[in-house]
Design a protein around this ligand. Structure first.
Ligand SMILES: NC(=O)c1ccc[n+]([C@@H]2O[C@H](COP(=O)([O-])OP(=O)(O)OC[C@H]3O[C@@H](n4cnc5c(N)ncnc54)[C@H](OP(=O)(O)O)[C@@H]3O)[C@@H](O)[C@H]2O)c1
Length: 348
């Protein structure tokens, strides 16, 4: 006998490397004791999803459910869960499947998510579509600042493991979702810190509104000289760099903006493209998954809810809603490649 509709749910399956996608009706999963079951209302589409579709990266078996972040309503909770109840609106990093774990994948209607680290209440003042665009960029940016640059964020007191305060920071890829998140987190933590960023000129105004001291065009042939010329009197260069887009792989002289007497940290987000740095510069690889090993890591995503509700954290990039339903995803996902200052989201 066919199962009743209420006991099943829809998934979008990637059948093999390169596609095709197929729809599947599967039994609705029960949450493990430490998980909640979320009926999703929106999924973001990220660049990683396209990389996984095209290369099979991080996919241990087929078929596979792609997607690393989303937002929705809690439908059921595991036996050990106390902080969430059915009906709660939540946003989550759903990157478990991209890490070979047996949960997550946001291209499905119902998804299980462990409550530690990866899920938080949806801020009341934003939509499901906006909430679905936030978790990965925010968590990755926090990891870049705390773990990569080794700078404390005063509004995340449980994570404090360093007292180092930089004299200036350069963000490469300031208009990426992760870079723009890092920019405003640094500005929130350090109101007078010189924070420089790179982007296309069309994003300069937005990055200044998020707190950038000055923004530079990464396509300018004189970018290194431009950044050096902008230094305040007495400064011998930038203290540290955070690279969110592997910009240093093509801009190989970018380390020349560093102050020889400064921290000389180059924190590079893991994107699949290696970034060489010159001798004497400390290269630190950054990965959003490192919250699971971080002091106070469980406090990081829940803090985002209050930051957004208090108006302290804005959408790093605006949201482009590209239709409704799992069937839209294969049709629209390549739009990610042409976005600037936007994140693609599909309603579910
Ligand atoms: N390891 C992890 O945990 C993790 C987590 C999240 C993301 N990632 C990876 O990190 C990368 C960024 O992700 P994202 O979602 O933040 O990206 P995104 O929002 O898609 O950012 C794309 C933007 O980056 C900017 N950009 C591209 N090349 C640049 C360059 N050479 N210099 C400066 N800016 C440049 C462009 O800005 P303009 O439009 O202004 O030209 C482009 O629009 C991706 O490769 C993603 O897969 C890794």
């Amino acid at each position: 006998m066919a199962p009743s509709p209420t006991t099943t749910t829809s998934q979008l399956h990637l059948m093999q490397k390169g596609g095709p996608f197929e729809f599947a009706q599967v039994p609705k999963p029960a949450p493990a004791p430490d998980q909640i079951l979320v009926r999703q209302h929106a999924t973001a589409i990220n660049g990683l999803d396209l990389k996984q579709r095209d290369t099979g990266l991080f996919i241990p078996r087929w078929p596979h459910v792609l997607g690393i972040e989303g937002a929705g309503i809690v439908e059921a909770v595991g036996s050990d869960v106390r902080d969430f109840k059915p009906g709660d609106e939540v946003m989550a990093c759903l990157a478990g499947r991209a890490r070979g774990e047996d949960w997550g994948g946001s291209y499905q209607e119902h998804v299980n998510v462990p409550i530690d680290f990866f899920v938080a209440k949806k801020p009341k003042n934003i939509s499901f579509e906006e909430a679905a665009s936030l978790p990965i960029g925010y968590v990755t940016a926090v990891c870049a600042i705390l773990d990569g640059l080794k700078i404390p964020l005063p509004f995340l007191p449980q994570t404090a493991n360093s007292r180092h305060v930089p004299s200036s920071v350069l963000i490469l890829g300031g208009s990426s979702a992760t870079g723009a998140a890092a920019l405003q987190l640094l500005r929130l933590g350090y109101p007078s810190l010189p924070i420089y960023a790179t982007s296309s000129p069309g994003n300069f105004a937005r990055l200044r509104s998020l707190g950038a001291t000055q923004v530079f065009d990464y396509r300018s042939p004189s970018i290194v000289a431009d950044i050096r010329a902008h230094q305040t009197p007495g400064s011998k260069g930038i203290d540290m760099i955070a690279d969110f887009v592997s910009a240093g792989a093509s801009q190989t002289d970018i380390c020349e903006v560093l102050d020889p007497a400064g921290s000389k940290i180059y924190a590079a987000l893991v994107t699949g493209v290696p970034v060489p740095v010159r001798d004497g510069v400390t290269h630190v690889e950054v990965d959003g998954w490192s919250i699971v090993d971080m002091q106070g890591g469980k406090s990081i995503l829940p803090a985002l809810t209050g930051l957004v509700e208090q108006g302290k954290y804005k959408l790093p990039v605006s949201v482009k809603v590209a239709g409704h339903g799992l069937e839209q995803i294969p049709k629209v996902m390549d739009e990610v490649l042409n976005l600037s200052g936007e994140k693609l989201v599909v309603k579910l």
